[in-house]
Design a protein around this ligand. Sequence first.
Ligand code: AMP
Ligand code: MG
Length: 403
Amino acid sequence: MIPLSEAQAYVLQGCTPLGAAPTDSSQALGLVTAEPIMCNEFVPPFNNTAVDGYAVMAADTKAAPVDLQVIGAIAAGEAPSTPLTPGTAIRIMTGAPLPDGADAIVMVEDTTTSNDTMTVTIHRCVESGSAVRRAGEDMQPGQLVFDSGTLLQPGHLGVLATLGIATIATHRRPLVGVISTGDELVDGPQQLAPGQIRDSNRRALLAMVGQTGCTPVDLGLIRDDEAAVEAALRVGAEHCDAIITSGGVSMGDFDYVKLVLSRIADMRWMQIAIKPAKPMAFGTLGDTPIFGLPGNPVSSMVSYELLARPGLRKMMGLAGDALHRPRISALAEGPLPRRPDGKTHFARINMRWVDGTARIRSAGGQGSHQLSAMAGADALAILPDGEGLAEGDTASIIVLHSD
Ligand code: AMP
Ligand code: MG
């Protein structure tokens, strides 16, 4: 058996970021920048007011309460025409440009207006610059806005819109094919014949691929048949950037995935010192990475989380911490026992926050076939080789969903 860190490093070295393509920035959510995004304008583009109120000369408000003559009004979107002179004020709405001569805004709540609106009484003395948003206070020409390798979130799309950047270079979103294998598997709701079960891995893995930020491609449920397995893999390698298989990578007699991949691809068959998900294969068919995940439903999901997901994130153009789920420490609210076996265990757990501390308990049955506990789990507890956790112990956990 090899340590998980070695298997993860092996997978990552075999995954390279996909090439860059010009992307309409309105369509770039969840993609990763392949170039630094530079600012080309002042944002805001002009000095403007942060509040509805009156543009004034701050010096005029020293003697507040003081009456100023109202000489105009500026709405957002208007260009000011009249400059301010001592003893005057201009009514101004949030976002409107500051008129020449003004150096502060008095918010409307600190004023009263005469019936004819020709005079405003200023009730509060303001400093120069008060409630003024300066040109370039957010971003300036030549400034790096976000670097290459940034996963684009809604706020980034807002910034691109602010700057009027219509097209950016992003890494292509990986197309990831998913194949499940096994003669015992049935696709759909029909009555099960003796010995049959329904294919769950493909559905779950396709969904995980989508959540990772890649485009899932359903390559189907393939029989335990050498020619069928080979054909599916070759189609996948031709159309997809990566392939995920589930099943057929362990020691069974009909593990044709192993047989075929050993023949047509360059694979490393790993026994990893973890439970679940000990067997895992990784390699390439041509230049398409292949993730050979184990068949047990929980194993395939855990293997995806620990090994395939970081590799796919790297192909998306991400690096460093962004490849991995966050790890935090948590307090066991109940026991999470295990037996020593030379492996690190990943227990399916529920997590809740109490006064800023994450608390965990078992999400249910911990067998690698017990998908219901995996489905309900918020996190995986990392249980080093040994006897597991007693109530009150602290553990490191991998948070699976943050929303
Ligand atoms: P294998 O690795 O093919 O020997 O499969 C190991 C276990 O996982 C067996 O109990 C299989 O029936 C089960 N299994 C394999 N593939 C799937 C799948 N796609 N959906 C549900 N169970 C599966
Ligand atoms: Mg099988």
